[in-house]
Design a protein around this ligand. Structure first.
Ligand SMILES: Cc1ncc(COP(=O)(O)O)c(C=O)c1O
Length: 369
């Protein structure tokens, strides 16, 4: 089977892990956690980094830290992962959805202003699959209406917009280190910000809101979202090799394009904006309307030929869990629906060999009509 993703653990990960085991520092108290936070935040141009146990945890902490409350509205794309909406809904805030742009697959910025009300507290920008959200116009909207910006850069470590790193735009921004990302810690994530106050809140929320003076007396509810020294050690090494991983990701993308998966059967993720080039974190294909086949049978065909693939996100207005809660009844977002029904991504992970990419492309051309 050619997997969709395999991580590369080729550097000093073993050495860092051995250090943890020999020193006995395996919990979140170990020294690698702080080192990882400092190196990571400086790499994405932020003052503070708070390492947590996943990208989902990072989003929970970020939303909570901004003081979003019951009845507040948060604008976000319908085409994204569940992690983005968890904490908004749990707080009792109201998610307000925006459809995708048909070319960038990101939230359609032109639809945002019509969704703003006096209850709008924040916008969550989620960079999808390799192309950044148009941050220029989005930042202007936030400034004009006094709205906070949460930036989910889970898939975007290494990517830039107007030469500024993704993850440097939000009041608070988040990353994931799941193994399909540009760097991995097995499971893990990071919140980054320039605000000392927000950083302090996030540190507290990550650690059950223990207090310094009276540890077991709590003023607020938090989580145990701590990351271990073992994970941070792996992250440190991965971070040292980020440029290498990023370059390899580019080679794989170029090879996929060179072998011309590009055909008349699919539409593709836009190659570039004026301000950023697509890094193709994953290589997505969307079957054209004229093709009878939808994503599911196409993916089954690939599986029969030992090629892994993954469906695109299922949009929020179609999710049973939220429909049952009374959200999004009678709302439609045609672009996101089309992406969900007709889109899937093919092997794109850093651990792939060139000949595997060639094989994937050959099978797609032969089998998917
Ligand atoms: C855009 C986006 N946000 C958040 C997450 C959640 O990250 P994690 O899997 O580390 O919880 C992901 C995961 O892939 C993601 O793609």
């Amino acid at each position: 089977m050619i997997p969709v993703n395999t991580p590369t653990l080729l550097g000093n990960e073993k050495q860092y892990l051995l250090e943890c085991i020999e020193s006995g520092w395996i919990s979140s108290e170990g020294p690698f956690v702080k080192q990882f936070e400092e190196k990571f935040s400086s790499r994405v141009g932020r003052k503070y980094g708070i390492a947590v146990s996943s990208g989902t945890a990072a989003l929970d902490v970020a939303v909570e830290s901004l003081g979003i409350q019951k009845g507040d509205e948060v604008i976000l794309p319908t085409f994204t992962i569940i992690s983005c909406i968890h904490q908004i809904v749990r707080i009792g805030a109201i998610p307000v959805l925006v459809d995708s742009d048909p070319d960038t697959w990101n939230m359609d910025i032109s639809q945002i202003e019509s969704k703003i009300t006096e209850k709008t507290k924040a916008i969550m920008a989620v960079h999808i699959y390799g192309l950044p959200v148009e941050m220029g116009p989005l930042l202007e909207i936030c400034k004009k209406h006094g709205i906070l910006l949460i930036e989910d850069a889970a898939e975007m470590l290494g990517q830039t917009y107007r030469e500024k790193p993704c993850g440097s735009f939000g009041e608070i921004s988040t990353f994931s280190f799941y193994p399909n990302k540009h760097i991995t810690t097995g499971e893990g994530g990071m919140v980054v910000t320039d605000s000392e106050e927000l950083a302090e809140k996030c540190r507290s929320l990550r650690n059950l809101c223990f207090q310094n003076k009276q540890r077991f007396i709590h003023e607020q509810l938090g989580w145990n979202y701590r990351i271990t020294n073992l994970q941070a050690g792996i992250g440190l090494d991965q971070l040292e090799r980020l440029d290498e991983s990023f370059a390899r990701n580019g080679e794989l993308r170029d090879l996929t394009q060179h072998c011309s998966v590009r055909s008349q059967d699919f539409s593709y993720h836009m190659m570039m904006l004026i301000n950023a080039k697509n890094i193709f974190w994953v290589y997505g294909l969307v079957l054209l309307d004229e093709r009878l086949c939808e994503a599911k049978p196409a993916m089954n065909l690939l599986e029969e030929n030992n090629i892994g693939s993954r469906p695109f996100f299922w949009p929020w207005h179609k999710q049973p869990v939220l429909r049952k809660m009374g959200f999004f009844r009678n709302q439609t977002f045609p672009v996101a629906e089309k992406l969900a029904h007709r889109g899937f991504y093919i092997p794109s992970g850093l651990g792939l060999e060139n000949n595997q990419i060639e094989e994937v492309v050959t099978i797609i051309k032969e089998k998917i009509k």
